[in-house]
Design a protein around this ligand. Sequence first.
Ligand code: HXC
Length: 513
Amino acid sequence: MDKKEELKRRQADIEAMGGPSRVERQHQMGKWSARERIQYLLDANTFEEIGAHVTHRGTRFGMDAVQAPADGVVTGFGRIEGRPVYIFAQDFTVLGGSLGEMHAAKIQRVQDLALKSGVPIIGLNDSGGARIQEGVDALNGYGEIFKRNTWASGVIPQITVIMGPSAGGAVYSPALTDVIIMVRHTAQMFITGPQVIQAVTGETVSAEDLGGADTHLKRSGVAHLAVDSDAEALDGVRRVLSFLPQNWMEEPPVVKSRDPLERIDETLARVVPDDANKPYDVAGIIGSILDEGDFFPLQKGYADNLVVGLGRIGGHPVGIVANQPRVLAGTLDINASDKLARFVRFADAFNIPIVTLVDTPGYLPGTSQEYGGIIRHGAKVLYAYAEATVPKVTLILRKAYGGAYLAMCSRSLGADLVLAWPTAEIAVMGPDGAANIIFRREIEGSDNPAETKAAKAEEYRQQFANPYVAAGHGYIDAVIEPEKTRGHLAQALMALYNKQDHRPKRHHGNIPV
Ligand code: HXC
């Protein structure tokens, strides 16, 4: 056969992947094929495939007679918004996208190239897991991938989309990456599936309830985004990457913004209620601060007493961390601590400055919190903020009490600048609790304990329920008018743009995981 003809025939076979009927089945499930996903995600005509001719070397269980185009995973590189990315996309139409020795080797190859080139890597996962016919060679393949995920962590962005099954140890490569996006109803992640759970514990659970997108977004905290379609998931990848540099040595991409930096927002003067116990939605403040009000929340639905996400001020990416007074009064608990610490480390790894908005009465009390290890999880927050070297600006909106005041990027923990609204209250604890302790004798000995308690709490509030004691001692750098918040934050971030900060040399820290 003519050599050119042979190449064409081979290419056609590879491009057909599992064949029309399996592709059709994929479509019926609401899923695209690997090639369709890549085509949608990357800039038009930029995909360069590598390893297309790689195929498995299995001989057991009749595998020697099995054709597996591209060995079930499409790998290569291309561009997103003009910037290079490496990509692998598992194709469920070939042996269920299962991962054998050579399939794994192809993924490792793009991981290696991405890491040495300082370019983000995107994984589109749709796989039945370890290729059962290949046994230990498949397991070894996973191990090699996990190792590379770990080495690449904090060096290049690693983004995962789960677009089909991800079972057993296969979940751990995604879990080692920076962001996981899951598609509702088609993506499921679990270590042991419904049948195994039924057999071992007797529990009955559907695959979607066990490991679907909403389960991992809202209950386990494994996923960062849950979406309704392949297209929406891939749009999410583009959006995440728009905030990230190519690697840790570069600055995040800057876009042009028409939103004036000094924009004044009168509504901010009224957002904090007079009654300190009344909640409000911090989302309004976040929207007001950011360019065009455009906020990209991560893990929304999980530990909603804390909000984290990305946006821009003056076109420069910023990471936002904010207590949410509307949920659990904005207290810090185990899940919020995990969410916060991971986000701060993610932002710091990729040179994204962090703006922290504080309104928290403290840590959530309760035996479940103490037994669950709030000490260990809460310590992660302190560690993450103190370790971070990016510009850190803190704005105290209202309550900043006790340990939570310290934890929410206080001056002592390493904030570069701390601003406060006039409504800020910085104290060891809330006025009622404080009065109960330091004025206990007066309250118990009085004719009207309730009245005395209220009076003493008010006395304490007068002393500490304002930003001026903390500002007087230098813990707050400026008390600002709320309506001018965006301008003040923009100025602060600009002034810190070239900040250099160094930590002692060491092998690596020992974060309380
Ligand atoms: C080989 C596999 C496979 C696998 C699926 N296929 N999973 N081949 N190894 N792990 C093949 C099927 O034989 C079938 O081939 C095709 O892919 C499509 O699979 P179906 O079962 O027809 O699809 P569906 O009904 O949609 O079910 C999808 C599924 C199911 C839920 C993923 O296939 C399944 O349960 N697979 C096994 C999952 C699993 O237990 N994997 C091992 C996990 S342990 P044909 O030729 O008929 O089209 C693991 C350890 C990793 O991964 C450890 C790392 C540390």
